[in-house]
Unconditional design. Structure first.
Length: 271
C-alpha cells in the first residue's frame, strides 16, 4: 500500500485524493492518498511526521516555498521554480520536485496549444508564474511577454530568467504593450479567484488562452470567459492539475498513469 497525501492550508476542497485514486485504480495499485491540513506554523513537523512512514506528499498553498527550503536534494525543475510541490524521503534525506511547470506544458499540448515559434503572453509574476517560466522557455516560443499588475515584479522575474531565454524574446511588458494579436495567453495570476475580469487593452486578442486556475463546476473561469468573448479557444487549469498529479504519482509509485484511458469528467460539477 502506497501512503500518500497532499499537505496545505486550506485543504478541504482539494481534488487530489480523487485524482490519485483514479490513477491507482487504472494501474491496479493500492494507494491511500489523504488530505492533511497543516497549521500555518507547523508545516515542517506535519510533513516530516507524515513522510517518516509514507512514500510521498504533495504540497500546496501556502507551503511550496517552505517545502523548497526544507529539502536536502532538489530536482532541476524545483531549483528553477524556487518551490516544491512533490516531496519524498530516502535514506533520511528529504527530496523535492516541482511538477507544476511540466504539468502545464503537457496540459497545453493536450489542449492542442503549441508553443514553439509562437507569440505568448504570461500574466502574473508570483509563485505560479515563476514555476511556469522555465518549462515555457524550454519550448522555444518566439516571444514571451510577461505582464503583471505590479510591473516591477514582472521585470525582476524576466531578469531572473534571461539566461534561459535563448531563442525567445523574453521581456516584461506593461499592459499597454499588449496590442494586437498573440497566439497564446496563459493566466498565472490569481485574478480568477476574485471572479473579476483582467483589465486588458481594447485591441488585445489571442487565438488561445489557458487559465492555470480551474473551475470545478463549469470549466469556465472569469479569465476563460473574458478571453472567449475576445474570440479565443480556451481551457481552464483542470488539465494542468491532472498532469502535475500524474508526474508526482509516477515519481512515487514508479508507474505513469495512462491519462487517455481515464474519464475525469467526474471532477466537474458541485461535490
Ligand atoms: P501564486 O503562488 O498563485 O502565484 P502569488 O505568489 O501570491 O500566488 O502571486 C499572485 C499573482 O497574481 C501576482 O502576480 C499578483 O499580482 P501582483 O504582483 O500585482 O500582486 C496577481 N494577482 C492577484 N490578484 C490579481 C488581480 N485581481 N488582477 C491581476 N493580478 C492579480
Amino acid at each position: 500500500m502506497f501512503q500518500l497525501a497532499v499537505i496545505g492550508n486550506p485543504i478541504e476542497h482539494s481534488l487530489s485524493p480523487q485524482i490519485h485514486a483514479r490513477f491507482a485504480e487504472s494501474l491496479g495499485l493500492c494507494v491511500n492518498y489523504q488530505k492533511l491540513l497543516a497549521p500555518l506554523d507547523q508545516f515542517e513537523s506535519t510533513a516530516r511526521q507524515f513522510l517518516a512512514s509514507a512514500q510521498g506528499a504533495n504540497v500546496t498553498v501556502p507551503f511550496k516555498q517552505q517545502a523548497f527550503d526544507l529539502c536536502d536534494q532538489l530536482t532541476p525543475e524545483a531549483k528553477l521554480a524556487g518551490a516544491v510541490n512533490t516531496l519524498w524521503q530516502q535514506n533520511d534525506l528529504l527530496f523535492g520536485d516541482n511538477t507544476d511547470g511540466k504539468g502545464l506544458i503537457k496540459a497545453l499540448d493536450q489542449a492542442g496549444f503549441s508553443l514553439r515559434g509562437k507569440k505568448v503572453v504570461l500574466i502574473g509574476a508570483g509563485g505560479a508564474a515563476r514555476g511556469a517560466l522555465g518549462p515555457l522557455l524550454a519550448e522555444a516560443p518566439s516571444e514571451l511577454c510577461l505582464v503583471n499588475r505590479t510591473q516591477s515584479k514582472a521585470k525582476a522575474l524576466s531578469d531572473d530568467f534571461a539566461e534561459f531565454s535563448e531563442g525567445t524574446r523574453l521581456h516584461a511588458c506593461s499592459i499597454t504593450d499588449l496590442s494586437g494579436e498573440f497566439d497564446l495567453v496563459i493566466n498565472a495570476s490569481s485574478s480568477s479567484l476574485s471572479g473579476a475580469p483582467l483589465e486588458l487593452p481594447a485591441n488585445f486578442s489571442a487565438k488561445q488562452a489557458m487559465d492555470m486556475m480551474y473551475s470545478k463546476a463549469s470549466g469556465e473561469t472569469a479569465f476563460t470567459r473574458q478571453m472567449q468573448a475576445l474570440g479565443a479557444q480556451t481551457s481552464d487549469g483542470l488539465l494542468m492539475l491532472i498532469n502535475q498529479a500524474a508526474l508526482s504519482f509516477e515519481r512515487w509509485c514508479g508507474k505513469a498513469p495512462k491519462l487517455d484511458q481515464i474519464d475525469f469528467s467526474f471532477l466537474r460539477g458541485d461535490h
